[in-house]
Design a protein around this ligand. Structure first.
Ligand SMILES: CC(C)(COP(=O)(O)OP(=O)(O)OC[C@H]1O[C@@H](n2cnc3c(N)ncnc32)[C@H](O)[C@@H]1OP(=O)(O)O)[C@@H](O)C(=O)NCCC(=O)NCCS
Length: 178
């Protein structure tokens, strides 16, 4: 398990799946805001890759996020789009509604940076989020990510086009913060 100050990032367990499906992916608002594709209900027993991990896919590493003290599941974290030529990847995370706003998100981004830069030897990490997702923007900026650009009206979200922000962090910038 990878450990931060408050969270642990571990493998997906079978017991996690119904909780994540019900509390995270079955919510049309969260699904529409956090995913690039349109929300649709997930059938129980699905092999949806957001829930059921395929360890043979090299470009994506999904984690379940737990509270370090209690061991309780608090969400998911993913390093995706891992590109071994350009040595870059993207970060994604989603916390269960009751676990938001408690500092977990900032800590998850910190642990994913350690995994990306130290364990995987990457050079650049990137985050894309909606311009009004202030919690995600702050969780990224708390870890040194800088806003690199705005994709105007790039996301269709529940009846309107919203801007997306791209944030990036380079390994040297991350090391300089230590
Ligand atoms: C986005 C998310 C991962 C952030 O994690 P979090 O644990 O809630 O965030 P933190 O508690 O670490 O807070 C980070 C910062 O955001 C601020 N913040 C938290 N919730 C906020 C909210 N609802 N509105 C505005 N600011 C908020 C905190 O005050 C903190 O700011 P600070 O560091 O300047 O004091 C989490 O809220 C979440 O899972 N949301 C739903 C899914 C999602 O949006 N995923 C990201 C898709 S790109």
């Amino acid at each position: 398990m990878l450990k931060g100050g408050k969270v642990g990032l571990r493998a997906r367990h079978e017991d996690d799946i119904p909780v994540l499906r019900a509390e995270l992916y079955d919510d049309p608002v969260n699904g529409s805001r956090a995913e690039a594709r349109p929300w649709r209900p997930i059938t129980p027993g699905t092999k949806d890759p957001r829930l059921v991990v395929d360890d043979t896919v090299d470009s994506v590493v999904p984690f379940s996020v737990v509270d370090l003290d209690s061991g309780e599941l608090v969400g998911t974290a993913t390093l995706w789009g891992i590109d071994s030529h350009h040595r870059s990847a993207h970060i994604g995370l989603g916390l269960l509604p009751s676990s938001r706003g408690k500092g977990y998100g900032t800590d998850v981004v910190a642990v994913l940076c350690h995994y990306g830069f130290v364990v995987r030897g990457l050079q650049r990490l990137q985050i894309e989020t909606l311009a009004d997702n202030h919690a995600m923007l702050r969780a990224a900026e708390n870890n040194g990510f800088v806003r690199e650009g705005v994709l105007r009206s790039s996301a269709w979200v529940l009846g309107e086009f919203l801007d997306e922000v791209i944030l990036g962090l380079l390994v040297q910038e991350w090391k300089d913060r230590a």
